[in-house]
Design a protein around this ligand. Structure first.
Ligand code: ATP
Ligand code: MG
Length: 403
């Protein structure tokens, strides 16, 4: 089996990295591995090109240096060196086998045996290699067929492989969501369900990263349904509910954060709890909270004038998130939903047209009172739909009424 018509395989930066490694270790000492080979066989776009090699990390570094390529020691202890060619990074990892595992980390030893390296990978379609000419190697003997069929099957006994690293439970569903084209593998599914409670030992960062990748799949619903039935979803997201609303939302947005929100109750305390337990970034947490707030205020039938008030308070993205959630709840309301999305997209936040200088001219010195007057002005200005004239008069009236 040969990979054909792969621009990344012919690209000069890829050729340069392979040439430099082969100059040091001989022809065939380095092979492409994992996602790039899998996706090439499946006709899917390639994210990044990873390379496996029999060269030891120091030998890889020396080879890169001798060939004039930049090398970055990204994870020397685990065997990974990153080569940079024409500005593009290539992760080059020495073949490894596991010595000990504890359910989340492995101690590894280097090896020159391609089958040993394949045996520690998670799924058969992820344990595929290709040499510099594009010749594919399939040490498990089933990876090519799995990739062609769209089948996610563990390398070896699923329960054993999960006990080595419980993250593989989520990876099973993530790869099923992205690449599954057959029914989900029943042995793998059963082992995931049985061992789901063991996921508590995983770091929140690894869990949320896999979960968000899963949610970003074109249609994550079948994978999530399988997770729910197996008792895996409740382990990672105890509050999650897989509803029609989620399914509709998936067709309206491919954004993993918004999809996550569609699984959860839009209620502040709960969202804070989920954000903390998954250690989501502050930016993502704030986005979820703002969208939940906007959801409480947005109605698809609302006037544009009322919508501008919410836009001013919560911003364009929160309103768009809330509109999409409301649209998912009421799929027939495409017209009103699109009208609000367009309004939010075109909206430019008006600047408060008065400030401390204007108050000073009215004889109000800076301080708490000035702050209160500006707030009062702003509230009236918002309520009047952001008029663009007559500010001085209104501010004067507010200041006069306050004294
Ligand atoms: P993507 O295109 O989504 O990046 P990928 O296959 O490159 O897909 P990665 O998570 O980047 O996925 O992992 C790269 C490769 O490393 C996998 O294809 C797999 O062979 C191996 N791998 C990664 N994580 C694990 C793990 N937890 N257990 C076993 N093998 C793993
Ligand atoms: Mg990858």
């Amino acid at each position: 089996m040969m990979l054909r018509d792969q621009p990344w395989l012919r690209a000069s930066n890829t050729r340069a990295v392979i040439a430099v490694l082969e100059a040091a270790g001989g022809s065939g000492c380095a092979r492409f591995v994992g996602g790039c080979v899998r996706n090439a066989l499946m006709g899917r776009p390639i994210q990044d090109v990873d390379i496996a090699t029999v060269l030891l990390p120091e030998e890889t570094e020396r080879a890169l240096k001798a060939g004039g390529l930049k090398s970055v020691p990204t994870g020397i202890a685990h065997g990974t060196v990153t080569a940079v060619a024409e500005g593009v990074p290539f992760e080059i990892t020495t073949l490894r086998r596991d010595v000990t595992t504890d359910g989340r980390n492995a101690t590894v030893a280097f090896t020159d045996d391609w089958s040993e390296d394949a045996a520690r990978r998670d799924f058969r379609l992820n344990a595929l290699y290709a040499d510099g000419d594009g010749r594919v190697f399939d040490p498990t003997g089933a990876g090519i067929a799995d990739a062609e069929a769209g089948r996610i099957v563990f390398v070896g006994d699923p329960a054993t492989r999960i006990r080595e690293d419980y993250l593989r439970i989520l990876r099973f569903f993530r790869f099923f969501a992205w690449y599954g084209r057959t029914e989900i593998d029943q042995d793998g599914l059963a082992a995931c369900g049985d061992l789901a409670p063991g996921m508590t030992r995983l770091s929140a960062e690894r869990v949320s990263s896999e979960l968000l990748k899963l949610l970003g799949a074109p249609d994550p619903t079948p994978a999530l349904r399988a997770m729910a039935e197996a008792g895996v979803l409740s382990q990672v997201l105890p509050d999650a509910k897989l509803t029609d609303v989620f399914e509709h939302l998936v067709s309206l947005s491919d954004d993993p954060a918004l999809r996550l929100l569609a699984l959860l109750p839009t209620e502040e305390a709960g969202l804070r709890r989920v954000s903390a337990s998954l250690r989501l970034s502050n930016a993502m947490r704030d986005r979820l909270l703002a969208a939940a707030q906007a959801t409480a205020a947005v109605r698809l039938s609302m006037s544009e004038r009322d919508a501008r008030v919410i836009l001013y308070g919560l911003g364009e993205r929160a309103v768009q998130d809330a509109v999409r959630l409301a649209w998912a709840q009421s799929p027939n309301d495409e017209g009103p939903a699109r009208r609000l999305l367009a309004l939010a997209g075109q909206w430019v936040r008006p600047k408060l047209p008065v400030g401390g200088k204007d108050l000073a001219e009215l004889g109000v010195a800076p301080g708490p009172e000035a702050g209160r007057l500006l707030k009062a002005f702003e509230a009236e200005w918002i309520a009047q739909d952001f008029p663009t004239a007559g500010h001085a008069e209104r501010l004067a009236a507010i200041a006069a009424a306050a004294t």
